[in-house]
Design a protein around this ligand. Sequence first.
Ligand code: CP
Length: 335
Amino acid sequence: MDNLNKSFQSPPWGDSGSFLSVKDAGNIDDLIKLALHYKQNPFAHQALGKGKRMGLLFLNPSMRTRLSTQIAAQNLGMEVIVFNASQDGWSLEFEDGAVMNGTTAEHVKDAAPILGNYFDILGVRTFPSLKNRDEDYAEKIINQFVKYANIPVVSLESATVHPLQSLTDIITISEHLPLKDKTKPKVVLIWAPHVKPLPQCVANSFAEWMNEWNQAEFVIAHPEGYELDKRFIRDALITHDPVKALNDADFVYVKNWSSYADYGKIIPVENDWMLTTEKLSVTNDAKVMHCLPVRRNIELSDEILDSSNSIVTEQAGNRVWAAQSVLSNILNGLT
Ligand code: CP
């Protein structure tokens, strides 16, 4: 193994060796540097994962996370098995002490140790219920996999955060830096409409990572009623005025989320919050980002998505390098 990879090890890599949020990320700039190294040299550390197996457990749908994590693990020489648990597995129970006389067939206490037995690293995707805020924000489901699997768990998006996405987002922003005329880019996370209630995960996570990275002027714009949990946004500048937010912006991250206060609900908004070319005209010819999938002409107009301002494809491409950077750190911590 070369010195570049060795130098990025920052053990302990999370208390359990898991990667569940920015708190497990160590030095973000080191992760970015390693990710960009892998972008140039995908197979630089093929020997690192040799003889190791990763399970990817999906309790909810995915395209990018599923494929990019699989590619990343394979680039590191790991064997990968994808398990679409919500479609192909037994229906899992997560209540402690449950009398299982209903629809659930297997308790996570029984299933997770077996996954821990089969795999060296386990990736889990689990969306929030959007019904019970306390349970969702306690990360009841992914934490039980951490507790019972006894191997490092990687969040492939959980109830409240999407850390591999956020690392990707910051990698993508950093590739467009430095700017000619500014020391710090202005990055705007802007709410967009959607036809159904979506989790707050991507917005929470992006805010949390941007705060931790602390290398941009960070603004969040949303209609009233869509305030995010303070624990994630901390001291970020919040506005209900999209024009003010977009003014002189260098990066605009478009994302819908449902209400946190009126948990999981869509609250009707008066103004049209869909980003258009006209609205983008007050920015510093901003790069437009979205985690995808995107509802065209609801969240973002065709004209923006099909323009040179959009970097959504490049952003999704970087999912591989973010995942590879994280997985290689976890592999370095395995005995
Ligand atoms: N952005 C993202 O997580 O995409 P998928 O849901 O397709 O994995």
